[in-house]
Write a protein that binds this ligand. Structure first.
Ligand code: KMH
Ligand code: ZN
Length: 280
């Protein structure tokens, strides 16, 4: 059997809306339920954003705290990864509101870019500041790379000691303004990673499942979920991120790969084990 695959579920994000799909969760209760369901379907990690009840993106600590408490209250042991990317236009301090007690990982966005019609600002001094904040809080960074140059920033961070293992790399392909979700691009990025760290791929929109398939074949980990893609197939909405996770589990089986349990994921990602021993 090949190495287990860490399936991450990005259950809400900051951009998708209920006008696009009625299945997008908004309230902490809905987001927590989506996270628990994704864990039951086979996700080992959930990537969390929060929303205001009307759907606007929120990086409010109290929203993240409620999500974390509800997930744990439901008995789920999934690895909790919070977003520090938030939404376009938020200040860095606002974005860091997500760093609440109980989070185990947090994203570290490696560079600035056009993001659709907006600009996602991550100047290098901010990247360094976020890395320092995550280190101070004992959070394992998930480095989000949307373009090849961002891997140069990753190398720079490592060389200067701003970042050190354990860390994880998420190759996010298909954001309008970033690298397209093509096989050539994913192979190129995966081959170009600084040694040692585990990596995963997330494809946006209709590229989500094909990107997951290729990542599985290349030995990487995968991210699926409504943040990046609302559909299970052309014109058919996913009823939730758990449905997309179930598809990823089936896909993994075809590649001879078992979904990692949350505890296996913690070992692979360098996260301290939880007590008592976690369940899905
Ligand atoms: N919403 C995007 C602008 C992250 O979670 O760290 C940024 C994002 C990345 O989603
Ligand atoms: Zn995100």
């Amino acid at each position: 059997m090949a190495a287990p695959v860490i399936i991450a579920a990005a259950v809400v994000g900051a951009e998708v809306t209920r006008a696009q799909s009625p299945h997008v969760p908004y309230t902490p209760e809905e987001i927590a339920r989506a996270a628990v369901d994704a864990g039951r379907a086979g996700a080992a990690v959930v990537h969390l954003h929060a929303r205001w009840p009307d759907g606007r993106p929120s990086q409010e600590a109290r929203h993240f705290r409620e999500i974390v408490d509800r997930v744990r209250g439901a008995g789920s042991g999934v690895v909790l990864q919070v977003s520090t990317g938030g939404a376009i236009g938020m200040s860095l301090e606002e974005r860091l509101g997500s760093l609440v007690e109980g989070a185990e990982m947090a994203t570290l966005n490696l560079g600035s870019m056009n993001f659709g019609d907006g600009v996602f600002l991550n100047p290098r001094p901010d990247v360094v500041a976020v890395a320092a904040r995550l280190r101070a809080r004992g959070l394992v960074p998930e480095c989000e790379a949307y373009d090849a140059g961002m891997l140069e920033t990753l190398r720079w961070l490592l060389a200067r000691g701003h970042l050190a293992p354990p860390y994880h790399v998420q190759l996010v392909l298909g954001v309008p303004g970033g690298m397209a979700a093509t096989e050539r691009n994913l192979r190129f990025l995966a081959e170009d990673l600084p040694g040692g760290g585990a990596w995963s791929a997330a494809g946006v929109g209709r590229a989500q499942l094909p990107t997951a398939e290729l990542a599985l074949a290349l030995g990487g980990h995968v991210r699926v979920g409504l943040e990046d893609n609302l559909y299970v197939s052309k014109g058919v909405l996913a009823r939730g991120s758990d449905e997309l996770v179930s598809l990823a589990v089936k896909m993994a089986a075809r590649h001879g790969r078992e979904p990692a349990t949350p505890e296996q994921a913690r070992t692979l990602l360098g996260i301290a084990a939880r007590e008592p021993s976690a369940t899905r």
